[in-house]
Write a protein that binds this ligand. Structure first.
Ligand code: HEC
Ligand code: HEC
Length: 478
């Protein structure tokens, strides 16, 4: 089977055969309304007693579950903040659109064109976690930024790319520090990974590091590929936040007794709402969502337009940020992420990391390998943050709060690999067409936007046709 379509279908069919049959067999007690199908013990996962297929299957059920109060939905005495932050108990109703909890299930928002996907404007979230200037004890909308829901397809490969880039940048810093010590002179090092430049560092012999020339990455050199602001390291870290913020489901690894001194931090009468094993399952489900891929339209004329559009996309500089393919040395996804901050399970806390090789899944979605056997992940991003608005094109500078020290007009280069399936566009999901999204590019992207506007209408349309060919799921090509 060489057709990626057939291979993808076969992969999914295998998953269903290996998993969904067993789901029917798990009987809940009569009249039990709890949504969580099955709890998984991290110790059993560490011991190798839970197959990867089972983790993915149970993770999917968690992603679909409409959480109930019986299993801990709601957080009457806690806010949605990343760091466990108490709130005055029972002031807010159980659901609240801005301060949250704002929804019943992950799938409530991530559902377009299929589970794990993006969301319509109606699924926007009001995020306030991670802000240095937010008031977490309020429902005033000025204390949150409104964001559209991105698709999670291919996010295992995304996390792996980010880990490898972090390792590259840190190795370059280490080498510079060793050289500075050895030679007794300051050493300046240009930081690059996978062909993307992240500015430069100067390391002094006494270990002092001048970070003023860094570009698009945090001072700790961790590439954070999640959230449109580029401020979250791993699927796990994001998921712990999402469970608390959207649903009031609190993970033991952050809200449990170890960090908060209590087993019921949100004081909803339920302890042990989400264990490490449950989170591992949720992560494995998201990490193995099939990567987006190119689906060529049927007509020869449109196919030719897609090819021409892709060339134009590169010729006018879009590809300088939306880098078409990033090489991935190893497709083996291991959980947990080695760069997780405290409050998220870390590799030292498990006996053995769970592993799944994403290479087969990638191949099933048509991801090619280079001569060195590396996966060439067609992600259309440089995993870097850029100034994306200016006085002439202010639209993308529409937020009031800066997040985790990142300025208001700076965002992560959107990954375009599924963009043909994920309208509406922009970080607020308030842009109805790709054409408009491109016209809103300012700041670092002003030059390539101008080049786009200078193209004849026919050329602009070819670029759009190319972008529309980047798809998620098994939709029929247009
Ligand atoms: C109310 C809608 C909503 C619900 C419910 C929701 N999400 Fe999201 N999700 C979003 C939005 C909006 C973003 C973008 C956040 C940002 O850019 O700051 C997002 C981003 C993410 C990301 C980062 C993706 C990326 O590429 O940057 C992950 C992972 C994620 N969500 C997982 C989950 C999980 C797991 C759940 C359930 C526990 C969940 N989400 C529930 C709306 C939602
Ligand atoms: C300087 C880097 C940079 C350049 C150059 C650039 N972009 Fe972008 N692009 C971004 C960033 C950052 C975003 C996220 C904007 C936001 O929502 O805040 C983005 C978003 C997009 C989106 C919306 C994606 C979505 O899912 O909402 C499209 C489409 C897009 N770019 C296409 C293009 C095209 C076509 C070009 C060339 C004309 C281009 N970009 C040039 C950085 C860049």
């Amino acid at each position: 089977m060489t057709d990626p379509w057939q291979r993808l279908r076969a992969w999914l069919a295998g998953l269903v055969a290996g998993g969904l049959v067993a789901v029917g067999a798990m009987a809940a007690p009569v009249g039990d309304e709890r949504a969580i199908p099955e709890r998984l013990d991290q110790a059993a996962i560490d011991a190798g007693d839970v197959s990867v297929e089972k983790l993915i299957r149970v993770g999917r059920l968690w992603f679909e579950a409409k959480f109930t109060r019986a299993e801990g939905a709601g957080r009457p005495a806690a806010t949605g903040a990343i760091i466990p932050t108490p709130a005055e108990p029972d002031v807010l109703p159980l659901f609240f659109r801005t301060a949250g909890p704002d929804s019943n299930a992950c799938r409530g928002c991530h559902n377009d064109p299929e589970i794990g996907g993006a969301g319509d404007f109606v699924a926007n979230a009001f995020v306030s976690e991670g802000f240095s200037d937010a008031d977490f004890d309020t429902v005033d909308p000025q204390f949150s930024n409104e964001r559209g829901t991105p698709a999670l397809h291919g996010s295992g490969l995304v996390e792996l790319l980010a880990r490898e880039m972090t390792r590259d940048l840190r190795a370059q810093r280490r080498a510079a520090a060793a050289k500075a010590r050895r030679e007794g002179e300051a050493v300046r090092v240009e930081l690059t990974s996978k062909g993307v430049s992240f500015g430069a560092l100067t390391v002094h012999p006494d270990g002092f590091v001048d970070v003023s020339a860094l570009d698009g990455v945090d001072q700790d050199l961790i590439i954070r590929p999640f959230s449109q602001k580029g401020v979250f390291t791993s699927l796990r870290q994001f998921t712990v936040n999402a469970l608390n913020a959207h649903h009031g489901m609190q993970a033991v690894e952050r809200f449990g007794a170890r960090y908060t001194g209590t087993e019921d931090f949100d004081r909803d009468g339920v302890a042990d709402e989400v264990g490490p094993g449950d989170l591992t399952a949720l992560v494995m489900f998201q990490a193995t969502l099939p990567p987006p891929r190119q689906v060529l339209p049927r007509g020869a004329g449109r196919r030719a337009a897609v090819a021409a559009g892709e060339n134009l996309f590169e010729a006018i500089g879009c590809a300088s940020c939306h880098v078409p393919r990033l090489p991935l040395d190893s497709g083996v996804f291991s959980e947990p992420n080695p760069f997780n901050p405290a409050g998220n399970l870390r590799p030292g806390e498990v006996d053995r990391a769970v592993q799944v090789d994403l290479a087969e899944l990638a191949a099933a979605s048509g991801v090619e390998t280079d001569d060195a056997g590396r996966l060439m992940v067609p992600v259309y991003s440089d995993f870097k943050r850029h100034v994306i608005a200016d006085g002439e094109r202010p639209h993308f500078a529409n937020e009031l709060l800066s997040q985790r020290f990142v300025n208001r007009d700076v965002f992560l280069t959107a990954r375009l690999w599924g963009v043909g399936s994920t309208a509406p566009y922009g970080h607020r999901g308030d842009v109805t067409t790709l054409h408009e999204a491109i016209r809103h590019h300012g700041g670092d992207a002003a030059e390539s936007r101008r080049a786009f506007e200078d193209l004849a209408e026919e050329g602009q349309r070819k670029i759009i046709e190319f972008l529309l060919s980047l798809r998620i799921g098994l939709e029929t090509p247009r």
